[in-house]
Ligand binder design. Structure first.
Ligand code: COA
Length: 167
């Protein structure tokens, strides 16, 4: 059974398991309003808890979101990957991505998402894979559709669910 990688490189990115050393950079990213185009940004306390949650997710499940840096060893520019979710009746894999505005529009979120999907079987064999996003989040939706996801039922009327079509 292949393992979900804790560290890997794509053509342009270095992806690493979220670690304590990344905490301040990831908290700063999460506090930036650009990361929450359709919701209120978290408080610093909530942002710290969210980052801790990503580390706990890795400990519990052996996979999770990667901290994203450019391949040349630059600073943290994003967060993305697969996390475990539930639709109330069964487990799902939730594909998430967020990037600093300075590196958007280059296809990097798509690049990291493709890598995450390549390793989905190691994260949760056979689990449905979804992207959950605000219905007005066009950049997020375009990435989902480019990756082969199709719109599914709305959840709670404010979250649009994209589901990866079976191949
Ligand atoms: C969602 C988010 C990550 C998208 O970032 P992005 O840079 O637009 O996404 P990508 O890296 O895939 O870039 C896509 C764009 O880059 C361009 N691009 C350039 N080279 C490319 C390549 N090799 N491959 C794909 N796209 C490429 C495409 O034209 C594309 O533009 P388009 O969407 O207008 O067609 C970003 O808007 C964000 O961080 N938002 C805040 C957090 C958020 O809402 N996350 C989603 C929750 S699920």
């Amino acid at each position: 059974m292949p393992r979900y990688p804790a560290e890997l490189r794509t053509g342009r990115l270095r992806l690493t398991r979220t670690s304590r050393a990344d905490r301040d950079a990831l908290v700063a990213l999460d506090l930036d309003p650009s990361q929450h185009p359709f919701s209120t940004p978290p408080t610093p306390r909530q942002a710290r808890a969210a980052v801790r949650g990503h580390r706990i997710h890795w400990w519990r499940h052996g996979f999770g979101c990667w901290t994203v840096r450019t391949r040349d060893g630059g600073p943290v520019v994003g967060l993305g990957g697969l996390t475990l979710a539930s639709d109330g009746t069964r487990h799902l894999l939730n594909l998430g991505y967020r990037l600093h505005p300075a590196v958007r529009g280059l296809g990097l979120a798509t690049e990291l998402s493709r890598r995450a999907l390549e390793h989905a079987a190691a994260a949760g064999p056979g689990l449905p894979i979804v992207v959950l996003t605000h219905p007005s989040n066009e950049p997020a939706a375009r990435i989902a559709e480019r990756l082969g996801f199709a719109p599914d039922h709305p959840e709670h009327g404010r979250v649009l669910c994209y589901r990866l079509s079976p191949t």
